[in-house]
Design a protein around this ligand. Structure first.
Ligand SMILES: [Mn+2]
Length: 307
């Protein structure tokens, strides 16, 4: 198992009606009055005391060109360009045999990160890569009026033909390689797309019926048996919104802190783990600090507690 990690910040925030002006990644990095530890301090502790090799590579900044496109309302093009910058940075980690952990930003950054993973492993090496998408929402809205963070999976799977969007087939995400965990709030078009494409969906109803441990066991068995690599895409709003409200779209009835830590730890402990992203956390909505502590703990579950 590799233990070399890159932290990559992706502060691209176009959350529908909520557009953060703050650097969301720096909110996690910094120690402040609501939290006794920041991600930067915690990385230092893991490196110094546990012999970990974690490097904070800084942020992939939103360029003036991208800002300009957003202000002109050309958001699809803005995302296309930002994603190409982010993809290059993530590919750099893969070239150096390091495991990228990307911190958003909104969930649309997955267009860049997952394209990098598919380019490096699926296209160049012919490997089979699974994407575990942990979220309250399906993020595959394929209608023209969808928000950027509501459609990254539609974009990645070539299910969004508007504005000339298409992905070359060798780096396209195959619907059968997507594994949803925690869904509970779908649009009708998303429900129909999941049915039509037959995407594996461990939604909250399934989790309640079968129990979380059984679902994680089933998920991990399939991933270990059928795939060469596993990438985790974790949206903060997968957590129960009645407790964890530090995002644009809190949604009640979701995962507990313990369940989410167990899930992240289970996936990251696999020898097939190739990277993760943690998205949609909004520091300015985190008045208690509990959300920040959990976010840092979730990220730490990737490199910590190794058996
Ligand atoms: Mn999402």
């Amino acid at each position: 198992m590799t233990s070399h990690f890159d932290i990559i910040g992706a502060p691209f925030n176009q959350l529908g009606f909520v557009t953060s002006q703050e650097n969301t990644v720096d909110g996690l990095r910094r120690m402040n009055e609501i939290s006794s530890v920041g991600l930067t301090d915690w990385i230092q502790i893991r490196n110094d005391r546990w012999g970990a090799d974690i490097i904070d590579q800084g942020d992939v900044e939103v360029s003036d060109e991208v800002h300009d496109l957003i202000s002109k309302g050309n958001k699809d093009e803005a995302l296309r360009i930002y994603s190409s910058h982010l993809k290059e940075q993530v590919l750099g980690s893969y070239m150096n045999n390091r495991v990228p952990i990307i911190i958003g930003g909104d969930h649309s950054i997955a267009v860049g990160t997952i394209q990098a993973a598919l380019s490096h492993y699926q296209k160049n090496r012919g490997e089979k890569i699974a994407i575990v998408w942990v979220d309250a929402h399906a993020d595959c809205n394929n209608t023209l009026d969808s928000n950027l963070h509501g459609k990254p999976l539609a974009l990645l799977m070539n299910q969004y033909a508007h504005n000339g969007w298409s992905v070359p087939s060798d780096v396209a995400l195959k619907p059968q390689d997507v594994f949803y965990v925690g869904l509970r709030d779908l649009m009708l078009c998303e429900y129909e797309l999941i049915e039509r494409l037959n995407i594996t969906n461990f939604d909250m109803m399934c989790i309640e019926q079968k129990g979380f441990n059984t679902v994680v066991g089933t998920l991990m068995e399939r991933l270990e048996n059928e795939y060469d690599g596993i990438y985790l895409s974790f949206d903060y709003d997968a957590l129960d919104g009645s407790l964890f409200r530090a995002c644009a779209t809190p949604n009640v009835g979701g995962l507990t802190a313990r369940e989410s830590l167990y899930l992240v730890h289970s996936i990251a402990s696999s020898d097939k783990f190739i990277g993760a992203e943690f998205v949609e956390y909004l520091p300015e909505r985190d008045s208690s600090g509990a959300s920040k502590e959990l976010m840092i703990k979730l990220i730490d579950a990737v490199w910590g507690f190794k058996s």
